[in-house]
Design a protein around this ligand. Structure first.
Ligand code: SPV
Ligand code: MN
Length: 629
């Protein structure tokens, strides 16, 4: 070891034990050791623990989370623990999440902050923030081992809960860091909960910051605990990954990956992008196999789009999970043999984990707002729910009985189709295939909108623009993201088919027109279409299913009849609504200078088709009016 490294390690030894120094120095990477030393000198932890992923290390982290009060074990299973983020820290903080840009250059529709100012602000906030605390350092693979898809990440945090979550959600791969030494390229994530109050919540939420430094491939997060703000490899890495993919010509997506079985033993793979609360998890779990439930890295391998799930765990919404609609998840969450971290649920006095959907009644206990009892009201006199609407579970994906056998495949799975869906009461049909890649990217992916639910602040029902369901996580202009998809498609020999789905169509009395389980039929139809096994009806907006094919699938998959009148209603092309939507979308992209010309050409062509249809058929076109093709 050279003198410089020696000096670094000596400086670091003020904070770290011999054992920790030894573990760090085994990774023969100057820049990494330099960074860790600088971080330790700025944040001043009282000790450093290096997680190498051994059984003992994983157990240590879990034990520390409990000893420090970050997690409380349930009475029924010591591997079921409950964590509370605190009343002011229950969700992602859009406002304080910023992409740092040189000179503060703006990026269309993205929150940015001047890089230098941001870094200066952070170093003030971080100074001495870990005094008296233990610092944890973990090494993770963002993807399968030995895969060209995989990115790498180093997490530094003072939260044992954050590292415990990562130990469940990602592959710990200290060994790869040791083996690759200097040659490894990796992301860095620096997090501190900041000072905690008597409940263990981050006290200084007004100084909560989540900053993303694309230049150095680092994210910073401070004065927060909510996993969406803190778990580096989840939504923070997504922004770094999007940027790297943009520069290198591949896709990092906010999508699930699932397998759908077709005739014989054929399995076709689909990715799916849905804004929060729009059926993403339920679609993933109603498919035949699950590769991933939240993120996907998609690359061109010999002309074919192939996808991997960078994660191995789920950080899912628990609200409403019940034994009838979600038997798989319910089983995992109530089993004696699983490890689960519950966040912001109710922990009853007698030690039961309770959430909305449990079959028992909620009883006195503690929840995200402190002590809770049935009938408890907030200062405004409004009832406090026993568990929060954004309460979550963190658990391994390998507990799913339908986990896909190819989840660890370093070459990923072939992507046969991409699905885009939002909460839409009156425009899109339940399922439709785009004419081609560019048409799909423009009219389905880039045009995705979703109606706000009452669980989110703001006027319920209002449509929010959310292209690719990734707007919150973009680190580049949506226009550039579209262009990246165009280019990616151009280089494939066979582009994935693109589908739009809509589970939220309502009749004029506001009742939903489809049932939850119907998703399975739409998936099966997409599988047949993607393999050219069924014909379709051409509409001005894309290809829709033929009645006979759906009737057969409803009978076979769900054992129910599919009335022709319902088909006519569901698959009516709502031309007027589509035209309004196209106009809204045009207005948005008009203001995004990076939007490629082809986008506007395609959208105008779409409008032209709609106008022609309007003249010929009127504002509503039931399928029986259209010519069969
Ligand atoms: C989402 O909101 O899309 C999530 C949860 O998957 S979070 O990690 O908070 O982003
Ligand atoms: Mn997500």
């Amino acid at each position: 070891m050279d003198a410089y490294m020696d000096e670094m390690l000596t400086r670091l030894s003020r904070y770290a034990s011999r054992e920790s120094i030894e573990r760090i120095s085994r990774i023969n990477n100057r820049k990494l050791i330099e960074w860790i030393t600088e971080v330790a000198e700025l944040l001043e932890p009282s000790s450093i623990f290096v997680n190498t992923g051994t059984k003992e290390d994983l157990e240590y982290i879990r034990r520390r989370a409990i000893e420090k009060g970050e997690e409380i074990p349930s009475k029924y299973n010591p591997l079921h623990t409950v964590h509370f983020d605190g009343v002011f820290d229950l969700a992602r903080d859009r406002e304080n999440t910023r992409i740092l840009t040189v000179g503060g250059t703006s990026i269309s529709m993205i929150n940015t902050r001047d890089r230098e100012e941001g870094l200066r602000e952070l170093s003030e906030i971080y100074r001495g923030i870990m005094k008296g605390k233990e610092m944890y350092i973990g090494f993770y693979c963002f993807g399968p081992k030995d895969s060209s898809f995989t990115l790498y990440g180093v997490q530094v945090t003072d939260s044992a809960y954050v590292m415990h979550s990562e130990n469940i959600l990602y592959r710990v791969c200290y060994d790869v860091f040791v083996e690759k030494g200097e040659s490894l390229r990796y992301m860095r994530f620096l997090h501190s909960t900041g000072e905690l109050n008597e409940y263990g919540w981050s006290r200084n939420v007004s100084k909560r910051r989540i900053y993303v430094d694309l230049l150095e491939n680092i994210t910073y997060s401070v004065n927060t605990q909510y996993a969406g703000n803190t778990v580096g490899l989840k939504k923070l890495s997504l922004r770094l990954c999007v940027y790297q993919g943009y520069r290198e010509g591949w896709l990092c997506e906010h999508m699930f990956i699932v397998g759908v079985k077709g005739p014989g033993d054929r399995v076709s793979y689909f990715t799916g992008a849905f804004p929060a609360g729009c059926g993403k998890t339920s679609t993933a779990l109603i498919a035949d196999t699950v590769v991933g439930d939240d993120l996907a890295i998609i690359r061109n391998v010999n002309g074919e789009a192939r996808g991997v799930n960078p994660e191995v765990g789920m950080f899912g919404i628990i609200d409403g999970v019940n034994p009838v609609d979600d038997p798989e998840i319910y089983r995992i969450l109530t089993s004696r043999d699983t490890e689960v971290i519950f966040a912001n649920v109710l922990l009853t006095e007698d030690g039961e984990v309770w959430w909305n959907g449990k079959t028992s009644e909620p009883r006195k206990g503690i929840n995200y707002a402190g002590e809770w009892w049935p009938g408890k009201l907030d200062e405004k006199g409004k009832p406090i729910p026993p568990s929060h609407p954004n309460a979550r579970f963190t658990t391994s994906i390998f507990y799913l009985s339908k986990v896909d056998p190819r989840i660890n495949d370093p070459m990923g799975v072939p992507v046969h189709g991409m699905i885009f869906g939002g909460r839409d009461s009156d425009t899109w049909v339940p399922v439709e295939e785009a004419f081609n890649w560019v048409h799909g990217i423009v009219t389905k992916a880039a045009s995705l909108e979703s109606e706000r639910t009452t669980a989110v602040l703001g006027k319920a029902g209002e449509r929010e623009f959310n292209p690719f369901a990734i707007l919150d996580f973009l680190s580049i202009s949506p226009g550039d993201f579209i262009n990246l998809h165009f280019k990616f498609g151009e280089e494939l020999t066979r582009e994935p088919r693109i589908y739009g789905v809509n589970y939220f169509l309502r009749d004029d009395k506001g009742r939903y027109l489809t049932e939850k389980v119907d998703k399975r039929v739409w998936l099966k139809w997409m599988e047949l279409r993607a393999n050219n096994d069924v014909d379709a009806l051409e509409t001005p907006t894309g290809f829709i299913p033929l009645y006979d094919d759906l009737a057969e699938l409803f009978r076979r998959e769900l054992g129910k009849e599919f009335p022709v009148e319902l088909y006519e209603k569901l698959f009516t092309i709502r031309v007027g609504k589509h035209l309004e939507k196209a106009e809204r979308i045009y207005r948005i992209y008009e203001k995004i200078p990076e939007t490629p010309r082809v986008f506007f050409d395609t959208l105008l062509e779409h409008k032209r088709r709609l106008k022609q249809a309007l003249d010929k058929y009127g504002s509503l076109i039931p399928p029986s009016k259209l010519d069969r093709r």
